[in-house]
Design a binder for this molecule. Sequence first.
Ligand code: PMP
Length: 437
Amino acid sequence: TVGKPDISREKSAELYRKSKTFFPGGVNSPVRAFKSVYGTPLFIEKGDGPYLWDADGNKFIDFCCSWGPLILGHNNAKIREKVTETALKGMTFGAPTAIENELAELILKNNKFIQKLRFVSSGTEAVMSAIRLARGYTKRDKIVKFEGCYHGHIDSLLVKAGSGLVTFGETSSAGVPESFAKETIVVPLNNIEAVKQAFTEYKDQIAAVIIEPIPANNGLLLQDVEFLMELREITSKNKSLLIFDEVISGFRVGFEGAAGFYQIQPDIITYGKIIGGGMPVGAYGASEEIMSNISPEGAVYQAGTLSGNPIAMAAGIAQLTELNRLGFYRDLNNKTKEFADAIQRFASARSYRVCVQQVGSIFWIAFSDKTKIQSAADIDPTSMEKFKIFHRECLNRGVYFGPSGYEVGFVSAAHTKIDLEMAKRTIFDALDITFKH
Ligand code: PMP
């Protein structure tokens, strides 16, 4: 196998020159700027099914899928039809509509882990509201989060661990006051001792423990189910709330997300991405009792001009209706497992230092000789150099991954076995080149 010439990025480069005059770093969300991989960012022209086309006309099999929302692939006909039909009646009213009831009913009837919910417009907003609700409900201030979990760009969660097992967060962004970070305690994943220590040190002060039950923002760090069960126990015992941030795992690993997958009942669940069918939607849900604390029923304020937007609800209804069909997840998850296993087998046979982790239709190709990676500290940052080569070789051969080695891949229902077979061969070639370097 030999390296392929780089794809043409002339039009993308031209658009990037222009976008840099409009937006900081030329983008409206940082990772899109391709800072951790080779070349200028690709400007996307269109998507259809599992495919993406960039401004230069290059075609790719897409495993980013807009970072997760597109579980049915790009430009799904049923979503498009429902959205256009709804748009004919107007875009937004800022008043209750029947279509909000319709999406809420579809979710609540098929998800036994929440009884009531609120729609918002992004994952960040969902998490921010859930944290406020937990604080309002428990009348406590401190939050426990895990190193290696991402919960959106809310002030008190833009924190990283300091040195030591249990630490106050250190801000990971300028503009976050130290005093906010002091309300957040950061502990390592999959380590119940650290959580116990936090509850000892901050007895009766912890409002909630927030976790991505399937951490998928810093690689895919699958947790032991015993660890998640112990989290449930320790939070209940201490009258703290357990928040599952299911912005990625919700409706991804199954209709009931990670709560259903592990059969663990958290106190609050946040959703985003898939729930909106490609439109900007987030949600948070809990028991009726906890949700009764939200304004106007309760004292915790939360609102939104475009919350429950009809077009977004329409996209969500069309998408979730498909996901709710019998066998949907079984087929998608099996297909993904076969794909991930084949990549691992190929790499192992050639003694490449690759560890493929997978759950449901999420997978992560890590450049590591470990067989299991469960916490942020298990990731070797120097392995990202390998990812950079791999990413370039994949792009040059028509396979698109998110532009960072810490990002997971998503398989959609639109990826056929043939697409996955083609992608596999491409990935094998890209791995051969990667390990020649
Ligand atoms: N929580 C998790 C687990 C996420 O993965 C993300 C986004 N990647 C967010 C929250 C923030 O969502 P959004 O980007 O829609 O604000």
